[in-house]
Design a protein around this ligand. Structure first.
Ligand SMILES: O=C(O)c1ccccc1NCC(=O)[C@H](O)[C@H](O)COP(=O)(O)O
Length: 214
């Protein structure tokens, strides 16, 4: 079975084209002002309209309130909301019910004890993004190019919700990450960039090729 790819933090039309050419299943737009990948609603709308059917358009937000989500959904055609902050399970359920889109909750992993977070969110999220926990004091809650110990996920086949592996993935390591974790879906941002916020089409193609894709 093919490994599905989410390219996150796309900022330019050519990034969409490169993601689609590489066989992306998802493309992600970051709405977090401190991020080098942050996009305005206007830019995100233009990018989203360029995405062909069959590729899911994901909005990544961090502890966004309902007013911000209302504005986002009014402006940008989207398929999925990714919650990448400290949203509680109750807030995930609320966002899902109020805004009518499937929700992916990011969970940060640094050690075995963190895996319990996955169990907390499974009942309420449609998908889970299992990412590296950001270092203490980091400016960004994700997109830091850091991997966690993938062996923590080895043999864990009991999760009931679809999940994506994220954190420090690159063309050079993604095949090994998939082998160790059994991930069927992966998410990458900085590992396919030439500079923060600037995606590199060759690296995106190499990432897909490393998984046996386009
Ligand atoms: O990418 C960002 O700038 C970002 C900002 C704020 C919250 C989350 C962010 N990224 C989350 C993602 O979905 C990344 O793709 C994921 O953390 C993996 O990033 P990387 O290790 O750079 O591949």
């Amino acid at each position: 079975m093919d490994t599905a790819i989410k390219f996150c933090g796309l900022t330019r039309p050519q990034d969409i084209d490169a993601a689609v050419a590489a066989g992306a299943r998802y493309v992600g737009f970051v709405f977090f002002p401190k991020s080098p990948r942050n996009v305005s609603l206007e830019t995100a709308r233009a990018l989203a309209l360029r995405v062909p059917p069959g590729v899911a358009k994901v909005a990544l937000t961090v502890d966004a309130d309902d007013a911000a989500l209302d504005a986002l959904l009014a402006a940008v055609p989207l398929d999925l909301l990714q919650l990448h902050g400290h949203e509680s399970p109750a807030r995930v359920a609320e966002v899902r019910a109020r805004h009518g889109l499937p929700v992916m909750k990011a969970v940060g992993i640094a050690e075995a004890a963190d895996l319990a977070e996955i169990d907390r969110y499974q009942p309420v999220a449609d998908l889970l993004l299992i990412d590296a926990k950001p270092p203490r004091g980091a400016d960004l809650p994700g997109g830091n190019g850091l991997a966690f110990d993938w062996r923590l996920l080895a043999g864990r086949k009991y999760w009931t919700k679809p999940w994506l592996l994220a954190g420090g993935l690159t063309p050079a390591n993604v095949a090994e990450a998939v082998r160790l974790t059994g991930a069927r879906q992966v998410d990458v941002s900085s590992g396919v960039e030439s500079a923060p916020g600037i995606k590199d089409a060759d690296r995106m193609a190499a990432f897909a090729a490393a998984l046996g894709g386009a």
